[in-house]
Design a protein around this ligand. Structure first.
Ligand SMILES: [Zn+2]
Length: 391
């Protein structure tokens, strides 16, 4: 069956960096003798995404030329759209230790076996100020992405990657589909158009409504929760997953919707990350991508609609995947249904809206939010998870 049942990957070819199985043992033995570098959790996520082709057309960590072009123009040297550089950082000591090497072995943690080999094409010093502004649109060290940038080494190692394996996970094993696997799953279901939904939060009625509105116009829905590193205060991924399972069990058509996990780490880069997320989902085979308000935002760094408006900065066809922009939605007593400011003519007084703080308060005290806000099944899972947590 053709790879192109839904949409071609970014750049046309789905990348696969895994060394063929027959050569893997020899390659792994050789890697043991190379200079070694332990990657951080964000880099390990990126490595996994590179390996499985989620970051197609990239075949390794990016060099200085692409790095600059992405920050200045949101494009790669080859002209393709790209929003956030994929980097492997080195400290001064790392540079001294491995500076002259042709190849470096990457380790998922200290003492582990190498998981990949990078063929060193260049080592360059990153301009952190420029990178912070180019990616996060702020230099504020309070921003979690900017803080992570400053905590990482000042140099970047670039070059093509050969992967010896994928990071070992002990969770969501049945949900860890690679882009090739989601594409095969879509083809098997006969979906030619698929909408992807990025989330790092439990699904409340508002999210369900948006997903189902989108599903009305395409063949299938891929709920694609991000399970790489996030800030400590996000709801843990395993709790979120239980919520999706409960919702899917009771409220989603089995032949039209599926859940798989997205191994990316959260960058909190708002608009730039919305573009990056959309390109990744295209690689997973999605033809459409839901972009809500303040997508991938944090604090008050980005305007409510910035992550939607940034899509207009690309020529038609450059991204290929179609963004579906949504307003925040709610239950309206007068409409007697879910609605949004686009569809509901009534005032605030008829709308069931609760602040995030209020919802957390209710859940923490063991109280279900109104059924119009959250399905009871989801509320119960969240209440259970919050039991015993510090307020
Ligand atoms: Zn209304």
């Amino acid at each position: 069956m053709s790879d192109h049942q839904t949409i071609a990957p970014h750049g046309g070819t789905l990348v696969d960096l895994l060394v063929p199985e027959a050569q893997r043992e020899t390659a792994a033995r050789r890697a043991e003798n190379l200079p070694k570098l332990v990657v951080n959790p964000r880099e390990l996520s990126d490595l996994e995404m590179l390996t499985v082709g989620a970051l197609s057309p990239l075949t390794g960590f990016q060099g200085e030329k692409d790095h600059q072009l992405i920050l200045e123009t949101m494009h790669l040297e080859n002209g393709l759209a790209w929003a956030i550089p994929v980097t492997l950082s080195l400290t001064d000591e790392d540079v001294k230790r491995i500076g002259g090497a042709d190849e470096v072995a990457l380790l998922p943690e200290e003492g582990a076996a190498p998981i990949a080999v990078v063929e060193v094409s260049e080592i360059f010093r990153r301009d952190r100020k420029k990178e912070a502004i180019g990616v996060f649109l702020t230099e504020d060290l309070e921003h979690p992405g900017v803080a992570a940038l400053h905590a990482a080494g000042e140099y970047c190692l670039a070059g093509p990657v050969r992967a010896l394996g994928l990071p070992v996970h002990d969770d969501f094993l049945t949900y860890r589909l690679t882009p090739a696997q989601t594409r095969a799953a879509f083809a098997e279901r006969g979906w030619r158009t698929v909408v992807g939904f990025q989330t790092r939060n439990p699904i409340h009625r508002a999210h369900e409504y948006i997903q189902k509105c989108a599903l009305e116009i395409v063949d299938g829905l891929l709920v694609h929760p991000l399970v790489g590193a996030t800030k400590g205060d996000d709801v843990p991924a395993d709790v979120r997953m239980r919520c999706y399972e409960a919702l899917f069990e009771g409220y989603y058509p089995k032949d039209r919707a599926m859940v798989s996990v997205f191994p990316a780490a959260m960058r909190y880069a708002g608009p730039k990350e919305a573009i990056w997320h959309a390109i990744c989902r295209k690689n997973y085979g999605c033809t459409h991508f839901i972009v809500g308000r303040d997508h991938a935002g944090v604090g008050a760094y980005y305007g409510t609609y910035d992550a939607q408006k940034i899509f207009e900065e690309f020529e038609p066809g450059e991204l290929d995947i179609t963004p579906l922009m949504f307003e925040h939605s709610f239950w309206c007593d007068a409409c007697e249904g879910m609605a949004s400011p686009k569809t509901c003519p009534h005032g605030e007084e008829t709308r069931v809206s609760l602040s995030g703080t209020k919802v957390r308060e209710m859940l923490r005290s063991g109280e279900r939010p109104p059924i119009e806000f959250s399905r009871a099944e989801v509320a119960d899972i969240l209440i259970e998870a919050m039991r015993g947590q510090e307020p």
